[in-house]
Design a protein around this ligand. Structure first.
Ligand code: HEM
Length: 602
């Protein structure tokens, strides 16, 4: 009886909704073109679960730079032209700056937890202002050199164990944002894990309810997605609370490193009450900082891996880049202060992002009112996708778009060229970071991280295709475009050889690593108790998914280097049974142990 009533109610609501959405349009106004689909479900069956952006781009070639498709009653608009995206998302941002509801995280617009997913609410406005203030304070202090210290650590670990490149890249990015957020790299590994889980929760291809949205009505007991998200969120909250506790303890001891949270606390001590109150209350600041950590933990790793892919397929650009770095830096590794004199390195950074957009489908906006654009009707409540993959393939702006060609940013004959080369190319205002009022706020971090890491890789290594000794040294094939399907896409792993360019450079890398350790190690008596997550802390509810919690001990006398190779002593943060090979790899070493294990190589 209850079920029948429920079905009648749902069908009734759908009919009413269909009636309003199917209403007559004003004279001379048309609906956007687009692929016709089956009633109600639209063309959902035609969207591949892998590299969906290629299909959306293919449709844009057929239907034009802006087209629509109805899926489960919602109008989805796809934009593949930067000009159209700017016309709507930037110039009409008053009605195009909302976010759609995510079926697998249905309170995303209102809960205030994740700024990037909030609707255009007062909380979003406040949080964005705070985010902006914290970013500005940190970037005007050159991000406290954290990206350099972490890059130096990364290069030597990559040199010792290049096969584990994904691990080192993701440690680099998650440790850097952890330090920016909380003044310590300690949370980096758990942050990676909880962020990957959140990506699955919100990505269309990550959880079934995001495609078949009626599944969101299932009770928790019948919904593996809800259970998984609850467990993930519980761990994330525990992590953020531990991080806050750590900063508070460090402040009490007068030894807090610079961080977003420290900056926030400092404003609370300001003599002027208006300044004290300007940035809101602590619980909201904890969420804002947490979101900034999430936003930076994995995104930056994607272009770093794409850089390696690009160098494997285009060795000529690697040689040119090395020549530029050698000429300008005279044998030392590039540093952030060199940026004006390294335009090719900046062009490579930008071209990697253009060639393989890290967020290829974009993060959707939503409309708050009906609109008419060039005679086409866009209804209120539509989901608007700036298809970043398509935008970077606009032949008018990027001739021969499939070719990786950094010259398009350096040579005046290309439409994307901009002078002066001491300043351009840079990432500011680049379409790949979104549009209008929702533009990405992490560009200073991305810019510095990528410049230093790509520059360091080109300085230290020649990356080339691996040869197979069993087949007369034949080159092992490397894919061009096999990317993971979540909202942030990263390349599937590939074989390669990373040859250090000289013995001298390896020696320098080791010195840089040791210096970075010395500069970043915390005093011996530092209170790290906040980070003692328990062995077996559950991240997910499935029995297999157990967080083992390794933490690198970064105190004096903790993480040590024996001067030859590197000895990694870890206490706890690892994850089993996630199906993610990156996560699984470390678990072998800790299986069955409580204290952790020593991993020694090199
Ligand atoms: C390669 C790295 C990154 C890429 C490609 C990227 C890209 C994007 C994109 C496409 C959006 C959506 C813009 C829109 O809706 O129009 C976005 C939003 C955002 N990003 Fe990033 N991002 C990156 C790294 C970061 C980092 C390191 C941070 C750290 C603070 C960050 C913070 C944010 C925030 C706070 C938003 C939400 C803005 C809002 O909704 O108001 N991003 N990013």
């Amino acid at each position: 009886m209850v079920i029948s009533l429920y079905i009648v109610l749902v069908v009734g609501l759908l009919v009413i909704r269909g009636f309003f959405q199917g209403r007559k349009l004003p004279q001379g106004v048309r609906r956007l073109p687009g692929p016709k689909g089956l009633p109600y479900i639209g063309r959902v069956h035609d969207v591949p679960s892998q590299t969906s952006w290629l299909k959306f781009f293919e449709w844009s070639k057929q239907y034009g730079p802006i087209y629509q498709m109805k899926i489960f009653g919602t109008v989805h608009v796809w934009i593949s032209s930067e000009a159209v995206a700017r016309d709507l998302l930037s110039k009409r941002s008053k009605i195009y700056s909302d976010r759609p509801m995510i079926p697998n995280l249905p309170d995303n617009r209102t809960s205030g937890t994740y700024l990037a997913l909030l609707g255009r609410t007062a909380a979003w406005f406040r949080q964005r202002k705070l985010c902006n203030f914290l970013m500005h304070a940190s970037s005007s202090a050159s991000l406290h050199s954290y990206p350099t210290f972490e890059r130096d650590r990364f290069l030597y670990l990559f040199c010792l164990w290049p096969d584990q490149y994904v691990e080192w890249i993701e440690q680099l990015t998650s440790r850097t944002v952890s330090r920016l957020c909380w003044g310590t790299a300690q949370p980096g590994q758990v942050l990676r894990y909880t962020t990957m889980g959140l990506l699955e929760t919100i990505s269309p291809s990550g959880s079934l309810p995001n495609i078949f949205n009626f599944l969101r009505h299932l009770p928790v007991s019948l919904s593996p997605w809800k259970k998984k998200e609850r467990g993930r969120r519980a761990l994330e909250m525990k992590l953020f609370a531990a991080n806050l506790q750590f900063v508070e303890n460090s402040l009490r001891g007068g030894r807090a490193e610079p961080s977003f949270v420290r900056t926030f606390f400092e404003t609370k001590k300001h003599p002027d009450e208006r300044v004290r109150e300007r940035w809101g209350e602590l619980p909201e600041a904890v969420n804002v900082v947490g979101l900034m950590a999430i936003a930076g933990a994995l995104t930056i790793g994607s272009p770093l891996q794409s850089y390696m892919l690009a160098m494997l397929h285009h060795p000529e650009w690697q040689s040119r880049l090395q020549a530029e770095i050698d000429a300008v830096c005279g044998g030392r590794c590039p540093c952030w202060e060199d940026r004006e004199r390294l335009p090719l390195l900046r062009a490579v950074v930008k071209e990697v992002i253009r060639w393989r957009p890290p967020v290829p489908t974009g993060i959707p906006h939503a409309t708050e009112a009906d609109d008419i654009y060039n005679g086409y009707f866009i209804p209120a409540g539509a989901t608007i996708h700036a298809l970043e993959w398509g935008i970077t393939r606009d032949e008018a702006k990027y001739p021969d778009p499939e070719t990786f060609n950094p010259a398009r940013w350096l040579d005046p004959s290309f439409p994307s060229f901009r002078a002066p080369l001491t300043r351009y190319p840079n990432l500011s205002g680049f379409s790949q970071f979104g549009f209008g009022r929702r533009t990405c706020q992490g560009i200073p971090i991305v810019e510095q991280d990528l410049f230093l890491a790509m520059g360091g890789l080109a300085w230290g290594f020649t990356i080339h295709k691996k040869r197979d000794p069993q087949f007369a040294g034949r080159e092992l094939p490397v894919h061009w475009n096999d990317y993971t399907p979540l909202l942030i896409a990263k390349p599937a792993t590939f074989p390669f050889e990373a040859v250090p360019r000289s013995r001298e450079k390896v020696r320098r890398m080791r010195d840089m690593y040791l210096t970075s350790l010395a500069q970043t190690r915390l005093p011996k008596d530092m209170d790290m108790s906040a980070f003692k997550l328990e062995l077996g802390d559950r991240a997910y509810c499935d029995d297999d998914d157990v967080v083992l919690c390794w933490q690198e001990d970064a105190r004096e006398g903790g993480d040590t280097s024996n001067g030859e190779g590197v000895e990694r002593k870890q206490e706890c943060v690892y994850v089993r049974g996630t199906g993610d090979p990156t996560m699984d790899r470390g678990s072998e070493a800790v299986e069955g142990t409580e204290e952790g294990a020593q991993v020694q190589r090199g």
